[in-house]
Design a protein around this ligand. Structure first.
Ligand code: FDA
Length: 392
């Protein structure tokens, strides 16, 4: 029977990083994936430019039911460590906004870099390989790969979350966790557009395609980023961020002119720009189509000078404090990540090894550590993969 020191299930971000590190330590490593190519999510990430890390990464940028678990890994492998690898490979990058680092060229450069590093570290990569039964043995594990059993001392589960099944996401990691008695926290789509009920959608139809800066809040959590009206509801970075906190039945509050007191501005404008149409006046603070739609919905057709407080107050509230209750999300079909997963209470925070199953490791998105939008999820994949790579 073929025998490796380490078998890694999943040639994604976390799996490849783990394999590189284990290979560099002289371990005989096999990485398997059922996909045709490694790192498919890296390839499509960041709109094809891969937001490969966030240089402002802190533990606060992550959601988990066990706060504190992820701190150690993030400290041991930092954004600067990944940037150093990117630089060694001569890949040009830039900061887009808020510490988010993207390739100047293409996300493929990151995939190629990882594949090159794996080759240099002597890692064997096997693609289009199905993963079958996993069995614990005295020496480690026996895994059925492509119908043939393979033995290994350490087994690393790096099979990702459930998002975008069309790209090969499966529940494999959760099944293995369950099989070995590891607890799971509930999973749900995150970093995902939110959807509206049909009546609200009908009223907001004219806004599909309109994008605006917004401050979106859910309880005490808030994000200041762009927001986009879609044919199904709302999307854009601010909404994807808040979707990780939102739950069915909850309301979110949207300020579509953050930092502008729209009521005060419109009231002041009554004397200085009273002859302006109300929509024109409002369009100084929000996109024109949004201004037109909101004013149309008040039923008021006069000038700003004619608009009384009774008209301006609800209009300004609709801009500065729009309270809306999404009905759902677009689900795993478009979600960037999966919230929840392998309960980190059952893992060692330094090595990612299961506390009760020697030699079994879980890294990356399959674990209940989920980052905000902005390169944090890859940083978690690199960091958790790197930590396991030192230990396997
Ligand atoms: P990942 O999903 O990368 O890898 C898992 C691997 O396991 C895959 O190759 C899969 O084929 C394989 N696999 C699954 N089931 C299997 C089975 N049954 N048998 C064999 N193989 C199996 N994050 C970020 O920080 N910056 C960004 O720019 C983006 N952009 C982005 C865009 C889009 C469209 C998506 C969907 C996601 C992002 N993300 C992101 C999130 C990021 O892609 C994600 O967090 C990481 O890829 C997670 O890395 P993992 O290695 O854990 O899983």
């Amino acid at each position: 029977m073929e025998n490796f020191d380490v078998v890694v299930l999943g040639a994604g971000a976390a799996g490849m990083m783990c394999a590189i590190e284990a290979g560099k330590r002289g371990r005989r490593v096999l990485v398997v994936d059922h996909a045709k190519a490694p790192g498919e999510k890296i390839r499509i990430s960041g709109g094809g430019r891969c937001n490969f890390t966030n240089q402002n990464t802190t533990p606060q940028n992550f959601l988990t039911s066990n706060p504190g678990f992820h701190i150690s890994a993030l400290r041991r492998y930092r954004p600067a460590d990944f940037i150093a690898m990117v630089d060694r490979h001569g890949i040009a990058w830039h900061e887009k906004t808020l510490g988010q680092l993207f390739c100047d060229g293409s996300a493929r450069q990151i995939v190629d870099m990882l594949v090159t590093e794996m080759r240099r570290a002597g890692v064997t990569l096997r693609l289009q390989t199905t993963v079958g039964a996993v069995r614990k043995t005295d020496a480690g594990f026996e895994v059925e790969l492509g119908g043939t059993p393979v033995a290994c001392g350490a087994l690393v589960v790096a099979s990702g979350g459930k998002s975008i099944p069309k790209m090969g996401a499966t529940g494999l990691g959760y099944e293995i966790a369950r099989e070995f008695g590891l607890p799971l926290t509930p999973t749900r789509p995150a970093l995902v557009p939110l959807t509206f009920e049909i009546g609200l959608l009908d009223r907001l139809k004219p806004l599909a395609g309109v994008s605006t800066e917004a401050r979106v809040s859910h309880g005490k959590t808030r994000f200041d980023e762009a927001m986009l009206f879609t044919h199904r509801g709302i999307s854009g970075p601010a909404i994807l961020q808040i979707s990780s906190y939102w739950r069915e039945g909850d309301e979110i509050t949207v300020d579509m002119a953050p930092g502008v007191d729209v009521l005060a501005e419109l009231k002041a404008g009554r004397t200085t720009q009273g002859k302006q149409g109300l929509a024109t006046a409002l369009s100084q603070h929000v996109p024109k189509r949004l201004a037109q739609t909101l004013v149309e919905q008040t039923g008021f057709t006069g000038t700003l000078g004619d608009a009384g407080d009774k008209v301006l107050k609800p209009l300004a509230a609709a801009v500065n404090a729009w309270r809306v209750k999404p009905v759902g999300s677009e689900g795993y079909r478009t979600a960037e990540v999966t919230l929840g997963g392998v309960d980190t209470r059952s893992l060692d925070s330094k090595t990612m090894e299961a506390r009760d199953v020697a030699g079994l490791y879980f890294i990356g998105e399959v674990v209940d550590v989920t980052g905000w939008l902005g390169g944090y999820n890859f940083q978690w994949a690199w960091a958790s993969g790197w930590c396991a790579g030192q230990a396997v």
